[in-house]
Design a binder for this molecule. Structure first.
Ligand SMILES: [Fe+2]
Length: 218
């Protein structure tokens, strides 16, 4: 895919801010991102690599949008997780990831899904997910999306090079927690999310957070 227009982070954010709440649709944001590609160079101020886990780096956030860069070293991957029923778009700035898609089949506490503002409280002790397909995402594959129907996946850095991978993520609405799945145990729980850096600055207390699971979901 060619990139008709390289853009700056500021222009990208201004473009998103032009969307009104009623007009945020999956296709409109995808078309906007297709036309306004952020390069790895443009994302440099938000690019931090760690050998112990991948990093979530906040670029912009308001009531409607959350924009972040996720930086992946070789073989780093997320847990299988949900997106809280929100829309999400991912565009690769550098390298390649694999997205493994899953479908919810059943669990022992489905009533916990019926709650305002969250897709599910989590906490199942017995659940079944069906593994669907895997999508390879790189500079040439275009935008990868999640929505209400396609919400459960795992992202894995499968890039062949030793160069770090950088992916750009836009979510609407923003969300601060998601459900993660323990595939071996057949359980799930709700996890709080955090950022490694915000607006280009590493969060001060990052070294004190020893529970890696809390900060590494993308
Ligand atoms: Fe995700």
């Amino acid at each position: 895919m060619s990139h008709p227009l390289r853009t700056t982070v500021d222009d990208f954010v201004q473009g998103l801010k032009a969307f009104e709440r009623d007009h945020i649709t999956q296709n409109r944001v995808r078309e906007f991102m297709d036309a306004h590609h952020l390069s790895a160079e443009a994302l440099k101020p938000y690019t931090y690599f760690r050998s112990d886990y991948y990093t979530r780096n906040l670029i912009y956030r308001d009531d409607l949008f959350e924009v972040m860069a996720i930086c992946w070293q070789p073989n780093q991957k997320t847990a299988v997780h949900t997106h809280n029923g929100q829309l999400g778009w991912m565009q690769m700035a550098q390298g390649e990831v694999a997205v493994h898609n899953y479908k919810y089949l059943t669990c022992d506490c489905p009533e916990r899904q019926n709650v305002v503002g969250l897709d599910c409280l989590g906490g199942a002790q017995h659940l079944e997910l069906e593994r669907l397909n895997t999508n390879v995402c790189n500079d040439g594959t275009g935008i990868y999306q999640v929505d209400k129907l396609r919400s459960i996946h795992q992202i894995e850095n499968t890039d062949k090079s030793d160069l770090g991978v950088v992916s750009l993520h836009v979510y609407s609405l923003p969300f601060d927690s998601c459900v993660t799945f323990n595939m071996d145990a057949g359980t799930c729980c709700r996890k709080q999310l955090s950022y490694y850096s915000k607006y280009g600055k590493v969060e001060g207390d990052i070294e004190h957070r020893k529970d890696g699971e809390l900060r590494v979901i993308g």
